[in-house]
Design a protein around this ligand. Sequence first.
Ligand code: SF4
Length: 463
Amino acid sequence: MKRTARIAIHEGNVAMMTACEEHRDPDEEPPPPAMVAGVVCTPSYPSCSADEAFSNAGAAEAWSDWHWQIQNRIRSTAALKQRFPALQVSGGMAAAKRRFPLAITPYYASLIRALDVSDPVFAMSIPDEREPCDPPFLRDDPLAEDRDMPVPGLIHRYGDRALLFATSMCSAYCRHCTRKRVAGQREVVVTRQHLARAIEYLSLHPEIHDVIISGGDPFTMATSALERVLKAVRSVRSVEIIRIGTRTPVVLPMRITNELVQMLRRYHPVYINVHFNHPVELTPEAEAACERLADAGIPLGNQTVLLRGVNDNAPLLADLFRKLVRVRVRPYYLFQCDLVRGVEHFRTPLSKGIEIMEYLRGRLSGLAIPTFVVDAPYGGGKIPLLPNYVVSRSPTHTVLRNFSGDLVSYPEPQSELSVYNEAPAALPDGSIWSLACGHQSHINQRSCILQDMHSTPGPASGN
Ligand code: SF4
């Protein structure tokens, strides 16, 4: 169902993005059961009986057609029940669905292996009765994005970057989404009029070199509509880099068609950030989608959101990050869950993320380790958090801790320090201060072998 409408999607500035095309009504009944039930399982996900029904050639063709996947999204609790007859649809689940939209592509639904929150895909996509239980510090717009919109649909917070809302539609709505106030409340794309205003703003602000096209998910747009946006942004001479944020390779990998990829490569340099949260999402289809993008010369980064009960597990994330690198996706950010309404049950203590980073360092190549960040409330920007590797400082030396707990003394450049050549005072070996003053080069946590530097002041080379 399509119709032309002119609507406000939210009372904030994003609401100024008006509709030129609206898709299926969220409460509309799902398509015919035969279509919804169809599932093609990948070799890593064994077939179930409903999936086997979806075996004839025509159905398989439909399955790999992204339009079919969008048209056949699960959008109501009735459709959920139809797809998963054993599912218990509680009143709480229905209330959560009324509050935040529900959409799951048949493909993504096919990855569900258990009908409860122990299943990561279930937890990330099925309405949860805990969603309406909000502590007072949660917000609709926790990052104050609406405040930083100089023109409708364009966020300009950092000097050299801007973010353009191209659509409010996603093919699947994540229960942990930061932009619940926008994503899926109405499914609309940016109008020509608002795109023109955004381009005018970019032209008047040549300090903006990097434009992120986001939403919603821009890859839910028709290729021609997305190209119109890319072409307009690329027409601004001062824009050097275009980035696109998308979860499509995860929830709708068949959308990464050759037609889309050929179009994207006309607007290089284009970077894409994808959003894998769990290794089960890295199916052969998803990997192939990433590889099609990488083959088009598009650098791929990944943004993972740390979610309680889904991926707050260091070995699991190590597995995810290692697998991402294998398909040429660089783990970019590990996000602390934002303070958005409806996500309290997903939030982890900050210490959990730091503990995970501690685990990753020394086990994974630096290429596979993302930066753990908190997107600060009230628009404070991204704040990286790291385990504390600086144990102590003195004017001459800094004491550092490595991933296995060894302590090393790192000397400052001698040219900087008049006190450097002063005779060291006597200090007990094995103390932090003996490292900080350069008396010792390191303390090995495992063997406790102490290197005496009294006779060799200077850089701790060879230790
Ligand atoms: S794909 Fe992105 S914008 Fe859409 S619901 Fe998920 S997190 Fe939100």
